[in-house]
Design a binder for this molecule. Structure first.
Ligand code: AGP
Length: 618
């Protein structure tokens, strides 16, 4: 996730507005910053560098820049480390076109090999390719809007673009597909930005652009076109555009969380976007196949992580054994020392850390490396310590996660790990191409399924939080197989955000001791995944001892649940028989439940007591 802004106006102080907007966009990405502006004497100036806004602004003198039309960018690296070269804006060979981008171009590898023959590519990013594609179309004699349309037709994946062209100094071009982009209009000009906060200092009159829309603004005019699947495009009627203008009354404080009261709830609702970007970033990434080969040829596979990352790793062990019959050994990072003597050359360690800076995980990785193991990292931060330690890194693309609770990074990790398991299965020949395509196509839709699951789960979680408002005791979250691994993440959310003691247990294990804790009205949640219909028996066991039992099940799962006033069923959305979707169906309920309990109790869900977002100490 990155932050983009673009602006064109009658006076020459567009850069001041762009800088103000970038300050509001820093939560979307802050490892590099850049600005491009067309000066009054017709020059296109680009100043950009690695670092946060304040340091780059000072180092490169961004405030000195003057001009009517400018674009700006705050980066959260996804393709290429945070370096001056990889910072946006990116330009074409002749430095006439400057582009800033938020999103992930899935087919960047094939576009890169197409362009590098006739273009001088200066960065590792997917974004730079867009500037060269437009340049290519201009060379073929098209005007800019047609050149842009032709370019957009070549892009697969997600983008929000702001583009300026030296030869049209009063125009700002834009395009939107699957990444947010908002148009702001004001007397003196127009602007586009990734979200509302960046525009509030300029205007409150906004148009929410829709997927497939692109066009340009100039002082006194807005032209919006719409790409149609067949590849052509049409201009949208000016009156319809004006009717879409909404006036937003948000305060800047509220706006910085996108209108949500807390970052945690905002990030729960960002999961569809995070999954879409993670999928698009990985599915054609050569590193995914490379990682699958390393996994296939390793003597032993271990997965290591802390907290939520460890829980994502458990899902990986589940699908590696279930889909391809490979045993993976899960290790909690802080427990690595007790396994160290057994590690040797030929072992493959998959290290999971959204921050890439967790001390325990880094210690484990460094120790295992010393003993000859190869390391694959899965992280959300390009250039993080874990990224630098690993022999190979895969990236999720969840964007910055501000809330202490891992939510969108967890589901993004699970998606990435399922893709890795399936890719490994294909490499080993255990999964044929037909099965591979079926599962991958299903995972592409995980974004839609989690969207529906969040919408279905929200009111139920809110209601359940009210029921539990005065409850101060413990609760169980039981599952079997995949359900048990999801339950462990669910229990962590409840503990760390609502401060209630929630314990995840394998449901079959309850009779070996834990059930002794159950008494009248003891809350028990049961995650009924499709691999364990027998879990109904555990629900009956618990209810027979007076527990209040809630069975969560996907809409298409048929279970024989007896009539019992102590057993209630919460029907979530259907997975259409796809077990790989079940983590995305079940976890939103518990993320939301933990959030609503915390809010009801007056806690701050973004900053839970005793916790830090990244634990960089032992
Ligand atoms: C999860 O909600 C917690 N914030 C915590 O357990 C976290 O997952 C853990 O500290 C690992 O962080 P990492 O993914 O950045 O390594």
């Amino acid at each position: 996730m990155c932050g983009i802004i673009g602006l064109t106006k009658k006076s020459e102080d567009s850069v001041k507005d762009v800088l103000r907007g970038l300050a509001m966009l820093e939560y979307r990405g802050y490892d590099s910053v850049g600005i491009a502006v067309i000066t009054n004497d017709g020059r296109l100036i680009v100043r950009k560098g690695a670092g946060d806004l304040a340091s780059v602004r000072k180092r490169l003198g961004l405030d000195e820049l003057r001009g009517r039309t400018a674009i700006g960018h705050t980066r959260w690296a996804t393709h290429g480390a945070p370096t001056d070269n990889n910072a946006h804006p990116h330009t074409d060979c002749k430095n006439e076109i400057a582009v800033v981008h938020n999103g992930v171009i899935r087919n960047y590898a094939s576009l890169r090999s197409y362009l590098e023959r006739n273009h001088e590519l200066r960065s590792e990013t997917d974004t730079e390719l867009i500037a060269h594609l437009i340049e290519e179309e201009l060379r073929n004699g098209k005007n800019f809007i047609k050149a842009l349309a032709e370019t957009l037709k070549k892009l697969e994946g997600s983008y929000a673009l702001a583009i300026i062209y030296k030869k049209e100094p009063n125009r700002l071009y834009f395009a939107k597909m699957k990444s947010p982009l908002i148009l702001g209009v004001f007397d003196e000009g127009s602007a586009v930005a990734s979200d509302i906060p960046a525009l509030l200092g300029i205007t409150r009159k906004l148009i929410m652009l829709e997927d497939g829309e692109f066009g340009y603004v100039e002082p006194g005019g807005i032209s919006i076109y719409k790409l149609v699947p067949e590849g052509s495009f049409y201009k949208i009627n000016e009156e319809n555009i004006m009717n879409r203008i909404k006036v937003v009354e948000w305060s800047p404080e509220l706006a910085s969380r996108g209108g949500y009261p807390h970052f945690m709830i905002k990030e729960i609702y960002e999961q569809p976007q995070a999954l879409s970007d993670t999928y698009n970033g990985l599915i054609e990434d050569p590193s995914l196949k490379e990682a699958s080969k390393m996994l296939s040829f390793s003597k032993r596979i271990l997965v290591v992580g802390a907290g939520t990352s460890y829980h994502a790793g458990l899902i990986f062990t589940y699908f590696m054994s279930r889909l391809i019959g490979k045993i993976v050994i899960p290790i909690i990072s802080s427990e690595f020392k007790f396994l160290e003597p057994a590690i040797s050359k030929g072992d493959l360690v998959l290290a999971i850390s959204q921050s890439g800076e967790t001390f325990d995980t880094l210690e484990a990785v460094r120790s295992f490396k010393k003993r000859g193991a190869k390391i694959i990292a899965l992280t959300n931060v390009v250039g993080s310590a874990l990224d630098r330690e690993a022999d190979l890194t895969l990236y999720i693309r969840a964007g910055p996660e501000i809330g202490v609770a891992a939510t969108k990074t967890y589901t993004s990790q699970v998606l990435a790990l399922e893709l890795l398991a399936v890719e490994t299965g294909r490499t080993l020949g255990v999964i044929d191409n037909k099965e591979y395509e079926k599962i991958v196509e299903t995972l592409e839709k995980a974004s839609n399924y989690i969207q529906d699951s969040i919408e279905v789960s929200d009111p139920v979680a809110k209601y359940m939080a009210k029921l539990m408002n005065d409850y101060k005791g413990s609760l169980y979250i039981l599952g079997r197989g995949l359900g048990h691994y999801i339950a462990k993440e669910a229990a962590l959310k409840i503990k760390e955000i609502s401060y209630l003691h929630a314990e995840a247990y394998p449901a079959g294990e309850s009779k070996h001791g834990p059930i002794a804790l159950v008494e009248k009205d003891f809350p028990v949640f049961i995650i009924a995944t499709s691999d364990s219909p027998e879990i109904v028996g555990n629900a009956i066991e618990m209810a027979a001892r007076g527990a209040n039992v809630w069975i969560l099940k996907s809409g298409d799962l048929e279970l024989e649940i007896p009539e019992d006033e102590k057993i209630r069923t919460i029907d979530l959305i259907s997975t259409d028989g796809n077990i790989v979707l079940e983590p995305f169906i079940y976890i939103p309920f518990f993320q939301l439940l933990s959030y609503y309990i915390a809010v009801a109790k007056g806690y701050n869900p973004d900053k839970p007591r005793n916790l830090a977002k990244t634990v960089t100490v032992e």
